[in-house]
Design a protein around this ligand. Sequence first.
Ligand code: FEO
Length: 172
Amino acid sequence: MLSEKMQSALNKQIKIEAESSQIYLAMASWSEVKGLEGVSQFMYNQSDEERMHMLKFFKYINERGGHAIVSELSAPAIEFGSIKEMFETLFKHEVFVSQSINELVHIALEEKDYATHNFLQWYVAEQIEEEAQARTILDKINLIGDDKGGLYLFDNDIKNLQVDSSVAPPTA
Ligand code: FEO
């Protein structure tokens, strides 16, 4: 059985994961409108992944005798400036999510909830991967600079990058 404190913290994370999905969906749309097919595909996939992260929390709360809550979400931005700015926003957002997961791990230990602590390890590993991936992408963007040909190749490459990371997700 989940403690009230643990349940409410996990429900807060459901909202964060759902909002992450919405943010990346907005980024997918922005990129698609700009004709960046690969980037937009990457963002659609990211958005789906966040929904999966959200659902995993959802199922877990209900399995442990709690009640997963669907809450109101904040609307994401519509414009993202440049590709570089957009990926910087994504990176910062993932760092924020990692901090939030760390906070959950902290609460699980405080509550002596070792089942939830164990469940959260999947997210700890996932966040390492998400941050590393965002950093790799930002490095590539910095290398390209203002080179239009480079941007074209990057847009093509990023489709494969997504495939690589989803081939070996951390196991639950
Ligand atoms: Fe669900 Fe990208 O963190």
